[in-house]
Design a protein around this ligand. Structure first.
Ligand code: PMP
Length: 318
């Protein structure tokens, strides 16, 4: 994992090794931070880096801040400019992962998100780091996943609609136990027993020629890739897309299945709880969606050029 030379912390660009916070930081003590993962794809032919769907990610971080009662001191446009400037400083020439985060930065004991009276303080702070990142999950082989015995956190516990750092303990527990049991990843059920999502990606399956994904009310993060994949399936492949509750045993009877997310991209699933899905490899619809998505990320599909923010920095002085 190659972490880039510069980060942004508070209100300044700093060297990554200087992007440090205290061990008493509220976010460290209580997980009170929200974040985004944004991908940027390097186009070697054009010598250009393309941020993928940066605005929806930054709009979502604003919503996550609202749920955590944070008052961000940068707008979506300002955050976007900081990210562009950061890329111009780091000048990656490879696919990149960018992680902006708002965190509770006060040095104080007590988990409340607000303080009262004369001491009332807004203690949000903004940080962005970036690193080289290729595939996070295998996008070729057909993953072997399990339905984890851990249940997805619910809207009335730690709302999954907000991308809260602390809720990733739920992800970490599931993913670790799946990996220790020899699987590549996990699928969460809700406490009610419906399919929710993968460890850090949304779930899709094909049954009877329809593309099906879980409801937002089944405790998923409302993924940006999820919406986009649904749009591509309708517009490019003419598929019917169903957003509905999914039972566990439907998973085993799926014709195709895949994960979708910024990190995961489109990652085919070949086995669920050791039931073979389709022929155990990437299905034909999954492969078509992968190809369309890949060409958009590479900036090769002008119809979807508005999904990208191009950044040029070759021959630009730092
Ligand atoms: N669910 C969870 C829990 C995630 O962490 C992610 C990754 N951000 C996703 C789904 C996919 O969301 P997106 O497509 O917006 O990256």
């Amino acid at each position: 994992m190659a972490i880039h030379e510069y980060s942004f912390l508070g209100k300044d660009f700093v060297k990554f090794e200087d992007a440090k916070i205290s061990v008493m930081t509220h976010a460290f003590l209580y997980g009170t931070a929200v974040f985004e993962g944004i991908r940027a794809y390097w186009n070697p032919k054009k010598g250009q880096l393309n941020l993928l769907q940066a605005r929806p990610h930054l709009e979502r971080i604003m919503n996550s801040c609202k749920i955590l009662r944070m008052e961000p001191y940068y707008s979506v446009d300002e955050m976007l400019n900081i990210i562009i400037e950061l890329m111009k400083k780091n000048k990656p020439e490879t696919d990149t992962y960018i992680r902006p985060s708002w965190f509770k930065s006060a040095l104080r004991i007590g988990p409340s998100l607000v303080t009262k009276g004369a001491d009332a303080e807004h203690d949000e702070s903004f940080v962005v780091t970036s690193l080289d990142l290729g595939d996070y999950l295998d996008t070729q082989k057909g993953l072997s996943v399990e339905v984890t015995s851990w249940r997805r956190v619910s809207d009335n516990a730690i709302p999954p609609r907000a991308k809260v750092n602390g809720s990733y303990v739920n992800t970490a527990l599931a993913k670790a136990s799946s990996m220790l049991a020899g699987f590549d990843d996990s699928i969460f059920l809700t406490e009610e027993g419906y399919v929710s999502e993968g460890s850090a990606m949304n779930f899709f399956m094909i049954r009877g020629g329809k593309l099906i994904t879980s409801l937002a009310s089944d405790n998923i993060l409302e993924g940006i890739t999820r919406s986009f994949v649904a749009r591509l399936a309708r517009e490019e492949l003419g598929l019917e897309v169903e957003f509905r509750q999914i039972n566990r045993t439907e998973l085993y009877l799926a014709d195709e299945a895949f994960f979708a997310g910024t990190g995961a991209q489109i990652a085919p699933i070949g086995l669920i709880d050791n039931y073979v899905i389709g022929n155990g490899k990437a299905g034909s619809i999954t492969l078509k969606l992968q190809e369309i998505h890949r060409s958009i990320c590479q900036g090769e599909n002008s119809k979807y050029a508005d999904q990208l923010t191009p950044i040029n920095y070759q021959n630009v002085l730092a």
